[in-house]
Design a protein around this ligand. Structure first.
Ligand code: GAR
Length: 196
């Protein structure tokens, strides 16, 4: 298939969601290919996985630029150099500028470990436990300038069991994240094409 969408992935750490996206693109018929991985942390473990597959990688650190707009412009330049059409945030733990989100709006996705609109921001698993929730989950959504808002593409629910702590719950959610993100990316790409 030659008309696969070109997708870049932004990470900050472990990169397990990035790995699940990369693996999905190796399945025949998946409508995307990965053109590169950018991290804002030079020591992100996910970079090693990307390099081991021969994927292009780049590090763009905020501290190497005068401000966030300049750092985000550098990310956009790298994405454009790679010919990226879509951008997947996969554990990218820095809030991107409004200019960046506008530049990529409609083709900029994020995965968040909660059932949005519940628990935007950090510590989502502990907050679900503290609230006494009986279910939790993860969401893939379009990114807009407002943090963890933007149209939801797909969500998966998981049960919260008595005795769960943030670690057991995070592990249960992560298993679902790894299935959800590739499916949501494929869905978003196919929907964008059906509207062409
Ligand atoms: C994932 O659980 C992801 O949903 C979360 O960070 C983790 C990254 O893990 N993202 C956020 O909290 C974004 N607000 P990974 O690096 O192994 O994919």
């Amino acid at each position: 298939m030659t008309d696969r969408a070109s997708v870049a992935i932004l990470i900050s750490g472990r990169g397990s969601n990035m790995q699940s996206l990369v693996r999905a693109t190796q399945v025949p018929g998946f409508p995307a290919r990965i053109v590169g991985v950018i991290s804002n942390k030079p020591d992100a473990a996910g970079l090693d996985f990307a390099r081991s597959l021969g994927l292009p990688t780049a590090v763009v650190q905020l501290k190497s630029h005068p401000d966030k707009d300049a750092a985000d412009a550098a990310i956009t330049r790298q994405l454009e150099d790679w010919g990226a059409e879509w951008v997947c945030l996969a554990g990218f733990m820095r809030v991107l500028s409004a200019g960046f989100t506008r530049r990529w709006q409609g083709r900029l996705l994020n995965i968040h470990p909660s059932l949005l609109p519940k628990y935007k921001g950090l510590d989502t698993h502990q907050r679900a436990l503290d609230a006494g929730d009986t279910e939790h989950g993860c969401t893939v959504h379009q990114v807009i300038p407002e943090l963890d808002e933007g149209p939801v593409i797909s969500q998966v629910r998981v049960p919260i069991f008595p005795g769960d702590d943030a670690e057991t719950l995070a592990a249960r959610v992560l298993i679902e994240e790894h299935k959800l993100y590739p499916a949501a990316l494929a869905k978003a790409i196919r929907e964008s094409r059906s509207g062409d």
